[in-house]
Design a protein around this ligand. Structure first.
Ligand code: KG4
Ligand code: ZN
Length: 395
């Protein structure tokens, strides 16, 4: 590995964030991600064609502002990093086109980065200012990382467990068979009428209301359920924990969503107003969050038992939930024979999609492969899903 701390301009347009960052080594000099939420909110989800238009409209100004904010002249940038997938292809194209344009204009190497590797390495991002939000037990130098690392990616598009034997050496050991965890949060949020995205609202309501609800895990006939009871009203509910006994490290959230929908319909029918009461909505937020998190915790526990990682890294939008981080930390602590280090990004901004995490991947790629490694003519748009500079990357 080379020791130079490369300065990288990176772009991520994989979904609905037009994000451009400048990083130096692991440090973030700028990381802009203007929200497109106002375009998508009324549709209850991301509309790809609208995301594309918004990326097209913004990309030039976001690049310009990100460079300005970083205080770095574009001529002094060492390389351009760009997300090539997975993501919405019509959205990815905008970022890739811009990255190619800049690489050609300024004669810089172009590094294609897998978006999921970005989430996986997002916990390595270091702050260049003082606005630390989360206090993670962060150690800044990559050589202090103890492999094997177990990566847990819990986002709006993915729920994956990744075994990482080294930087650039990744094996997917578990994934969702249907909805992602974030999708389940959003769909159940919509069922409760909490708008889009429902995940942060469910998590916020659950945080405030948790003290009023007793939650228990029930094991019966090789099935697992969450039983939750409002301790003031006595109202009691059940939700399933799918895949608890599947014997593998895969996930499923669609059964939980269906059961949640049925429970809401049943409660609505029983109420004379045909609507849920405020307390029922809050109880259901606590119960849903507990059921979703319990499945994640079970699978993490099994993955640790099988693969004995020395570190667990969390990434993806759902890890913004403090309750989720608390439960997963507890799982790591249960393994007292090895002290497992748990890491996650230092700020909420880095849990969701952002370009700084792409810059970190590009930096480590350059350290492994050398700056002279120039992809032939950059990325070909039609082939972007195929361009994977690292053969052992198996997301
Ligand atoms: O990582 P991300 O931006 O999406 C993808 O790259 O796919 O994550 C977005 C997801 C959404 O589903 C959102 O509802 C969820 O993360 N999310 C949360 C929280 N904050 C964001 N879910 C639960 N609790 C939160 N606090
Ligand atoms: Zn993402």
């Amino acid at each position: 590995m080379q020791n130079k701390e490369h300065t990288i301009l990176s772009i991520d347009t994989s979904c609905d964030e037009t994000s451009v960052a400048v990083t130096k080594g692991f440090r973030i000099l700028s990381n802009l991600l203007p929200s497109q939420m106002k375009y998508h909110k009324e549709f209850g989800g991301v509309v790809p064609s609208l995301a594309k238009i918004a990326h097209q409209e913004r990309i030039d100004s976001v690049v310009e502002r990100s460079i300005l904010k970083s205080g770095v002249e574009i001529e002094n940038i060492d390389a351009i990093g760009v997300t090539y997938g997975p993501g919405l292809s019509i959205a990815l194209e905008i970022g890739i086109k811009k990255a190619k344009e800049l690489a050609e204009k300024y004669n810089k190497p172009l590094v294609a980065v897998n978006h999921m590797e970005g989430h996986l390495l997002s916990c390595l991002c270091e702050n260049d200012s003082k606005s630390i939000i989360y206090k993670s037990n962060f150690i800044s130098k990559e050589k202090q990382v103890k492999f094997p690392v177990l990566g847990f990616l819990i986002s709006g598009g993915h729920t994956e467990l990744i075994l990482m034997k080294d930087f650039g050496n990744y094996t997917k050991i578990g994934e969702t068979l249907d909805d992602s965890c974030g999708e389940a949060f959003d769909k159940c949020g919509r069922i409760l009428g909490l708008g889009y995205p429902g995940g942060p609202v469910i998590s916020k309501f659950a945080t405030h209301h948790r003290k009023n609800v007793e939650v228990k895990v029930i094991k019966q006939n090789r099935s697992m359920q969450i039983k939750f009871r409002n301790i003031i009203s006595g109202a009691e509910y059940l939700l399933p924990i799918p895949m608890a006994y599947s014997g593998d490290l895969n996930f499923s959230f669609s059964g939980l969503k269906t059961a949640f929908n049925q429970l809401v319909s049943k409660l609505q029918q029983e109420n004379t107003s045909k609507n849920l009461t405020k307390n029922q909505v809050l109880d259901l937020c606590v119960g849903f969050e507990a059921a979703a998190i319990e499945q994640l915790a079970l699978k993490l526990k099994n993955a640790i038992k099988i693969h004995n990682p020395l570190e667990v890294w969390l990434g993806g939008g759902v890890i913004a939930s403090a309750q989720l981080r608390r439960v997963l930390r507890k799982v790591c602590k249960e393994f007292s024979s090895t002290k497992i280090v748990m890491r996650y990004p230092f700020s909420k901004k880095l849990t969701g999609d952002n370009a700084a995490m792409i810059g970190i991947c590009a930096y480590l790629d350059l350290k492994r492969n050398g700056i002279s490694h120039q992809p032939e003519n950059g990325i070909y748009l039609k082939d972007f899903q195929l361009i994977d500079r690292n053969p052992s990357l198996s997301f």
